[in-house]
Design a protein around this ligand. Structure first.
Ligand SMILES: Cc1cc2nc3c(=O)[nH]c(=O)nc-3n(C[C@H](O)[C@H](O)[C@H](O)COP(=O)(O)OP(=O)(O)OC[C@H]3O[C@@H](n4cnc5c(N)ncnc54)[C@H](O)[C@@H]3O)c2cc1C
Length: 241
């Protein structure tokens, strides 16, 4: 039976991604402007990746099948975003967030990737706050937390019942700044049909222009796939926008 190679780095779970990052080839800052990156999807994952890559100097082409990045499914998320900052002093840690998330995912997640998510969870909140996301605050002005999603501690950062919408507006604003700078070329209403592999590496995509029906090809040095999860199969994805 064929098995999927998810290319998770080797080593103990808690060290896999840290070790990988310590050893990965670096790109000289002056060379980043010579490298093209395709990002497929402009939800919270793709939108923030595109904005960050462009801010670093890479040339980004971003693709979405909706008529605006703001219409990604991420806009429907409500409850909040978990991070192990332990602001409530209830004993939270990266390990506890990792454990809760693996358990909450019915033990079906890629555990090393969940560990990485827990490690960077605090930084994600800091980045969102820097982007201007209006997370709820307590009366003293500090970021508030609530308990959400069946976890044992209060670690959810939230913006009323519209966290996804506010987060997406933050990512979308950062992205628009890069579109205006000419560092992101935005392709709305383009559906990826296939990935172009050269020597086993993704070097481009084939798309359909949903306005004209034209099949197009786009090349790059790397391709980031951020096309969301199974949420897209629900009618809600079109209804909620
Ligand atoms: C009602 C609801 C509530 C939720 N509440 C929470 C919550 O409280 N906390 C939480 O952490 N999570 C929550 N989630 C889950 C969370 O919203 C999603 O996991 C997350 O937003 C997914 O983000 P994404 O960027 O990966 O994908 P998406 O936001 O789905 O974006 C996918 C992008 O890929 C593009 N795309 C897809 N296929 C193609 C293609 N073939 N060609 C071109 N472009 C393509 C789309 O155009 C879109 O831009 C909730 C989800 C829903 C639906």
């Amino acid at each position: 039976m064929a098995t999927l190679d998810s290319k998770v780095p080797k080593g103990p779970i808690k060290d896999k991604w840290t070790t990988y990052k310590d050893k990965i080839n670096l790109v000289n800052p002056a060379n980043k402007r010579n490298i093209d990156i395709i990002v497929v999807g402009t939800g919270l994952a793709g939108g923030s990746a595109a904005a960050t890559l462009a801010e670093l100097g890479y040339n980004v082409k971003a693709f979405a099948y909706q008529d605006s990045p703001r219409r990604a499914h991420s806009i429907a998320a409500q409850g909040g975003i978990n991070a192990a900052k332990n602001y409530m002093g209830d004993g939270d840690s990266n390990y506890r967030l990792f454990y809760d998330t693996v358990k909450g995912g019915d033990y079906r997640s890629r555990e090393a990737n969940v560990h990485r998510l827990a490690e960077v969870s605090g930084n994600i909140i800091d980045q969102c706050v820097a982007q201007g996301v209006p997370f709820a605050r307590d009366y003293g002005g500090l970021l508030d937390n609530r308990s959400f999603g069946g976890v044992l501690v209060s670690r959810t950062f939230y913006a009323k019942g519209q966290t996804g919408q506010q987060l997406l507006l933050g990512a979308y604003s950062a992205m628009n700044r890069q579109i205006a700078r000419g560092k992101i070329e935005m392709f709305n209403r383009h559906e990826m049909l296939d990935v172009v592999l050269v020597d086993g590496k993704a070097r481009g995509i084939i798309t359909r222009n949903l306005i004209t029906g034209e099949i197009e090809r786009h090349a790059a040095h790397a391709v980031v796939i951020a096309t969301g999860g199974y949420g897209n199969v629900y009618f809600l994805s079109t209804n909620a926008m």
